[in-house]
Design a protein around this ligand. Structure first.
Ligand code: SF4
Length: 272
């Protein structure tokens, strides 16, 4: 399958800082190579592009490279008197796939405590590795572990998130329940349609990409009641996506979904 829109990659292992209203001054930690993407999902809306077209040529940064690069930036900002509010693991793929992820979390927390003890450490993860106890233990150490759950429909996940073989949404929800509520669920809602064209063929097929109807929202709310996260973040596409035809969910649709979450007793933020 091929895509048709521009997307962007992040530098590795440290990028930013970027300023946002929600996170303040946020420094990014990218545990994937800077010249490509490595992810256990291949979301059709991924800002980094699709996996087949973004294969990296360089290796992932080692634990030592992450530690050295981060300490250099933190020490410099500290010496210059510049602020830092958040250190966020995100970037070109899924951070928990890095073989040293648990040890890197310990390193980053230690550096945070040394230079910017007030800053939060956040991880943005697609949750595909949380069935592994060492990944759960590492995620439970950070201030905000933000885990993706776009839907509980296996068909929609296959079409939109496009997981690597072996993914099981039931196992995912059961693993999310093991956090004892110490997690944030992040869900992307969107409208539009996805037209897939197979490489080397003129054949196309169009599927709805809309996950805002009750057919998707009601089972997702039921899963949230089982998981009982500390909070929920709902958002929509914001930047160019690899595939055309995907559309933002309207603010009032996101707000209406957020109200239903709040009615279940869970805080819910909307980003549009
Ligand atoms: S989980 Fe995140 S990084 Fe991975 S493909 Fe999806 S949007 Fe991209």
């Amino acid at each position: 399958m091929s895509s048709d829109s521009p997307t962007s990659l992040h530098a590795s292992p440290i990028f930013g800082p970027v300023r946002s209203r929600r996170l303040g001054v946020s420094l990014g930690v990218n545990l994937m190579p800077g010249d490509g993407k490595m992810c256990s999902f291949d979301c059709v809306y991924c800002e980094c592009g699709i996996n087949g077209e973004r294969q990296p040529h360089s290796p992932r940064p080692s634990r030592e490279q992450v530690l050295t690069a981060l300490e250099r930036v933190l020490a410099q900002r500290h010496a210059d008197g510049l602020p830092l509010h958040t250190i966020t693991f995100s970037g070109n793929g899924e951070p928990t796939l890095h073989p040293d992820f648990p040890r890197i979390i310990d390193d980053v927390l230690r550096l945070r405590d040394a230079y910017f003890p007030e800053a939060n450490v956040s991880v943005l993860s697609n949750a595909t590795q949380i069935h592994r106890p060492e990944i759960r233990e590492a995620l439970l150490k950070v201030d905000a572990n933000i885990l993706k759950l776009d839907t509980v429909s296996a068909d929609y996940i296959r079409l939109i998130d496009r997981p690597a073989p072996g993914f099981d949404v039931e196992r995912l929800v059961a693993s999310l329940c093991l956090f004892g509520g110490r997690l944030i669920i992040q869900t992307l809602f969107m409208r539009g349609a996805l037209t897939l064209r197979w490489s080397g063929s003129d054949e196309t097929k169009t599927f709805s990409a809309d996950n805002t109807s009750d057919a998707y929202v009601v089972p997702w709310l039921e899963a949230l009641q089982r998981i009982r996260p500390a909070s929920v973040m709902v958002y929509t596409i914001d930047r160019p996506t690899p595939f055309g035809g995907l559309q933002k969910a309207e603010p009032e649709v996101l707000e209406s979904i957020a109200r239903r979450v709040r009615n279940l007793g869970m805080p819910c933020n909307v980003s549009y």
